[in-house]
Ligand binder design. Structure first.
Ligand code: ATP
Ligand code: MG
Ligand code: MG
Length: 556
């Protein structure tokens, strides 16, 4: 496991444990099940579950499901799967804010009884007008001074379904002149006749996020409630609610900065648009910055966790280059992936002096530094594929690969010499006739140096595969922050990289024929690849996705 790196939240926890404020920590990861989790969520998952692991505490997985229209079981299932896949276990069962609807309702009655909440009949527009702004204090609602009895009666009738959607709200009675707009009598319940993915039609009133979140945290005995910086101004409301109800637990909310990944978008709402408009194949399209997309792309949980650690935890801006993500993924794959040879842009080579039964072949290790990965036979045949790029008819100076009359070593095999170049009628090179030096299998040629080594596969033995070459989804660093001439944000979807997916037919060593989906391999000199989680069928349809190239091809 990667060693923990210190940050300000760990310091707070260290102090709370040292002072005896807490004897153990309890965190939670609280996604709203309105989409698939993305790389930003991965940061939050690694933080919350990672702290629980490091401090021998617990972390809950809680679905923050108070918006019935947008939430679905499909998302709940995907969230569970993604968190597990990243390598984390939640404490006990998955929690749902909707499990607390009755308790939340009871606390709301308690607030009404204490004269701290009232039923308001202003519509959304009127409410906005009363709210004021940063420079102007708000105005009290005309409904603010109703009696406790009337508020209680109306609230119960809201729950009983006597009033139409949107006609009434329950609001806290805090301070319409507060400089913090979140404290200007915030709405905590609205009437909404919508089918909820878990509670069905049992409720027609639903609690708001700010009210639900702090109480859910307290019900679960959370010690440190970690959230992103945009909730900093909501903290006084978080604290106000818990200070004004009879609950014995008051978690500490601590904010850290959101991850922004460049050449990407980190917002479920925007990712949803890509899916619903058919611009990607789904939430788990390998180009998506979703956890399921990164998984399908071949990123490993370890690589993503290493990335999250490198992003760090602080309150300052957390804008990270895509190459940092790729670097962490590559670094982890380098040690964990076996290597094979594959040719993705083939040209045929005929070995004119190949003699079946006489010309030998060797076995080769799957990894130069990991003998425990084992070896496989690399079969040679009369016809082989090499990469088109490894031949130059007119070689530039210093060329170490194949050219007419030149020699090169076939990796794990013989040195060959290009004797003849065959072209089609249009002048394209279609085949190279080469001879092999029979004295060079596993030994240096006599009397000369051959520096170049190229990868290859036997045409007869190779497995034909569909290989999907993925690149960045967007051409711009911040596709969602580009303004047009009128100063308005342009639609981020116009910056999709048209070359973000190229499909080729590749030829790969026969050992890949029986691989299970999600097997990660390095193709020597080409990059890291994974058998597709959905479309790869062992022995029948071989489909590889390129996870990442060997070097950062985007380095400026
Ligand atoms: P989105 O705008 O993509 O829907 P969200 O913050 O609304 O994001 P939630 O489902 O509410 O999504 O998020 C669950 C948790 O993940 C929250 O604690 C949230 O702060 C955290 N989180 C979401 N996006 C990021 C991010 N980019 N970086 C770090 N943490 C994030
Ligand atoms: Mg949210
Ligand atoms: Mg959101």
């Amino acid at each position: 496991a990667t060693p923990a790196i210190n940050h300000f939240i760990r310091t707070i926890i260290d102090n709370d444990l040292a002072s005896g404020k807490h004897s153990a920590i309890q965190t939670r990861f609280p996604p709203e099940p309105n989409g698939y989790l993305h790389v930003g969520h991965a940061k939050s998952i690694c933080l919350n579950f990672g702290l629980a692991r490091d401090y021998n505490g617990l972390c809950n997985l809680r679905m923050d499901d108070t918006n019935p229209e947008k939430e679905e079981d499909e998302y709940v299932n995907a969230i569970r799967e993604d968190v597990s896949w990243l390598g984390f276990d939640w404490a006990g069962e998955v929690r749902y804010a909707s499990d607390y609807f009755q308790q939340l309702y009871d606390y709301a009655e308690e607030l009404i009884q204490a004269g701290k909440a009232f039923v308001c009949e202003l519509n959304a527009e009127e409410m906005r007008a009363h709210r004021g702004d940063f420079t102007t204090p708000g105005k009290n609602s005309p409904y603010r001074e109703r009696s406790i009895e009337e508020n209680l009666d109306l609230f119960r009738r809201m729950k009983a379904g006597e009033f139409p959607d949107g006609s009434k709200t329950l609001r806290l009675k805090i301070d319409m002149a507060s400089p913090n707009l979140n404290l200007r009598d915030p709405v905590i319940y609205r009437i909404r006749r919508a089918h909820h993915h878990r509670t069905g039609d049992a409720w027609c009133i639903y609690p708001m996020y700010d009210y639900t979140h702090c109480i859910s945290d307290a019900i679960e005995g959370i010690t440190h409630s970690l959230c992103t910086l945009e909730f900093e101004a909501h903290r006084p409301l978080y604290d106000w609610v818990l200070d004004n109800i009879s609950i014995g637990c008051h978690p500490q909310q601590i904010e850290f900065s959101r991850l922004e990944l460049l050449s990407s978008v980190t917002s479920k709402r925007k990712l949803n648009q890509l899916v619903t408009e058919g611009l990607v194949s789904g939430w788990d399209d390998p180009r998506m910055p979703t956890i399921s997309g990164m998984r399908r792309r071949g990123y490993s949980p370890e690589g993503i966790r290493l990335f999250a650690q490198r992003c760090g935890i602080s309150k300052s801006e957390n804008i990270i280059e895509f190459s940092v993500l790729e670097g962490a993924v590559r670094e982890e794959l380098e040690a964990s992936s076996p290597r094979v040879m594959a040719v993705l842009n083939p040209i045929k080579v005929t070995l004119t002096n190949f003699e079946p039964g006489v010309t030998g072949s060797r076995s080769a290790p799957f990894h130069p530094h990991h003998p425990e990965f084992g070896e496989r036979e690399v079969p040679l045949a009369r016809e082989i594929w090499i990469e088109r790029d490894d031949f130059a008819e007119d070689p530039p100076k210093g060329w170490q690969r194949l050219f007419p009359g030149g020699e090169v070593r076939l990796r794990y095999s013989y040195v060959i010499k290009c004797d003849e170049v065959i072209k089609d009628a249009a002048g394209n090179v279609v085949e190279l006739k080469c001879s092999l030096d029979p004295d060079t299998l596993g030994q240096n040629p006599v009397g000369r140096k051959v520096k170049g080594v190229i990868h290859w596969v036997s045409a007869e033995h190779a497995v034909e595969a569909e290989v999907r070459l993925y690149d960045r989804l967007f051409t711009e660093d911040r596709p969602d922050a580009i303004r047009g001439e009128d100063g308005q944000y342009l639609d981020f979807k116009q910056f999709i990289n048209a070359d973000s997916l190229t499909v080729v037919t590749g030829y790969i060593e026969p050992v890949v024929n029986d691989l299970a989906p999600e097997s990660r391999y390095q193709f020597e000199r080409l990059g890291y690849f994974v058998t597709d989680r959905r479309d790869h069928v062992p022995g029948q349809k071989i489909v590889f996705n390129r996870t990442v190239t060997l070097k950062d091809s985007w380095a400026k």
